[in-house]
Design a protein around this ligand. Sequence first.
Ligand code: T4K
Length: 399
Amino acid sequence: MKNKISDLALFGGKALFDKPIHVGRPNIGNHKKILNEIEKVLDNCWLTNNGPAVQEFEQHISKLLGVKHCIAMCNGTVALEIAIRALELTGEVIVPSFTFIATAHALQWQGITPVFCDINPKTHTIDPECIEKMITPRTSGIIGVHLWGRACNVESLEKIAKKHKLKLMFDAAHSFGCSYKNQMIGNFGEVETFSFHATKFCNTFEGGAVVTNNDELAAKIRLMKNFGFSGYDNVVYIGTNGKMSEVCAEMGLVSLENLNEFISANYENYQLYKKKSGDISGLKMLEYNEKEKNNYQYIVFEVNEAETNISRDKIIKILHAEKILARRYFYPGCHNMEPYKSYYPHSSFLLANTEKVAEKVLILPTGTGVTLNKIDNICKTMSFIIKNGKSISDKIYQL
Ligand code: T4K
């Protein structure tokens, strides 16, 4: 443990951990089962193109979410791109800037302008009160992002979309297995998209899905993810290659079998972080609403520098030296990244909350690979850093 400032690895002490503790370490289900299932794929000699494992994976997800259609994809970004295209979004689409860059890129990639909207600083999700100001005659839709697995204010977004005849969809990349008002995420807007990337709570190595209750849209999305083919030699639509492979689907099926175990591990980790961080002044945890189903995949803190006397970025520097690879998702906001930064150099004026939140968010490691003992040590280190905030901050300044 750290008793004096010189014990910190940044100042020459021994790092707390021998190996890096990552934020997005994959949850991996039963290894033997995964290898077994992959073996079966090889024996079956059916590797991709809507094979039996993909179909089974899609059925499981539909059932779990209570949604009519699930179309598995090769990743969450392509799922977004295809959903956007299937909805025939054009011109401008309103999105939060406080999200992973893929949400914005999926639009820009297709020549659609992402119009960045501010967030509610309490929830970190798009602020419905800001949306109406951003609507122009070119606006065709809204994409809400259920950030950190917490749903947007769905009703308000639905109301605005209806009033202005806009299409509404959700980037639910973080929200697999989560609910909103007791309904599973996946059932809101016209479509919702998931990511099953390695760093996600439930992973398929790389993967994603579009889910919808709209039959017509689902049929269109199925065509789109397979080049627009309808049977051999017959292309009826412009499409791309968005297919999930059999090996990925098998990984997904085993992940689904182990879902409760992943949630329990995340929940225990979350509870311990909550308990141990409670009396660290200047550190505020974003809590989950325990009346809902949550995957507890993101441990999100806000650092209030006025109280900690040390900036979020300096805390991260110290943590990294200790091999705790905390992250500052989604700094600095999409509007401050290219090409958007050059396209809209003055967008900061409309994104005050996004900028404030992006400056103070700190994400800590969780998942099945992080033990309670490690979390205890991470919290003790955080507590030590913040208790000595001013002195440590000054010392870093001198480095
Ligand atoms: N919409 C939203 C709101 C999203 O957050 C995302 C993805 C998407 C859409 C797009 O979905 P995908 O197309 O990715 O399916 C990561 C993920 O790459 C990305 O999927 C995710 N969001 C984002 C929030 O986080 P990075 O840049 O932080 O990844 P990386 O490589 O630094 O991974 C995090 C840590 O995890 C690493 O430090 C090491 C560890 N790690 C990572 C991998 C891949 C492992 O231990 N093993 C691994 O296999 O973006």
